[in-house]
Design a binder for this molecule. Structure first.
Ligand SMILES: [Zn+2]
Length: 186
């Protein structure tokens, strides 16, 4: 039985879903469909291998145990990957979408955030002169988490844009950044 609506059928061959009965997994599947289909087609054309969806933390997913106890860059000391719900794994071209620990459950926006990392890395936007300029201009108003890299700002821009819409994203960042995101993702 397909996990996504028929419009998103192009994703079914690369989608692996576990814990289908959990509400969290249902939420992830709903969030996946907030990102436009054309973007997934580009990611697949660029080599995205798979999207794994589970109700587990990142370090409990297959092949991710090596991240247990490892500090997450840019996070508070002691905030290891054990608390992380997912990531885009560039070496495997895999999008891993799970859940945090019970005391650190993940809000829905983490799904388009991780998809944003896949877009930024796989399609190369993180390292463009445009993205460098947006990061520089916005730097004074960014939270520390977003100051650490262009990639984090790109991912969070995508998350805000597709979770809460264009107006909310412009309010949080600025119009030139969101106009640019909309142009490259058109
Ligand atoms: Zn991130």
């Amino acid at each position: 039985m397909p996990y996504l609506s028929s419009r998103y059928a192009v994703l079914e061959p690369i989608l692996v879903v576990k814990d289908i009965r959990s509400n969290h997994v249902q939420m992830i599947l709903t969030q996946i469909e907030k990102v436009p289909l054309r973007i997934y087609k580009r990611l697949i054309a660029a080599g995205l291998v798979g999207i794994e969806v589970t109700n587990k933390p990142l370090t409990k997913m297959d092949d991710m145990g090596h991240l247990a106890g490892v500090q997450q860059p840019g996070h508070d000391p002691g905030d290891t990957y054990d608390f992380s719900s997912g990531t885009y794994e560039p070496s495997k071209r895999l999008l891993l979408l799970g859940n945090g620990t019970p005391d650190n459950p993940q809000p829905p926006k983490f799904v388009p955030h991780e998809i944003g990392h896949a877009i930024g890395i796989l399609l190369g936007w993180d390292d463009t002169p445009e993205m460098t300029a947006h990061h520089k201009r916005l730097f004074p108003i960014l939270e520390p988490f977003l100051r650490q890299s262009r990639g984090e700002l790109f991912a969070e821009g995508i998350a805000e844009r597709y979770s809460n819409g264009r107006r909310a994203a412009i309010r949080r960042f600025d119009r030139p950044f969101i106009d640019w995101l909309d142009k490259i993702n058109a």
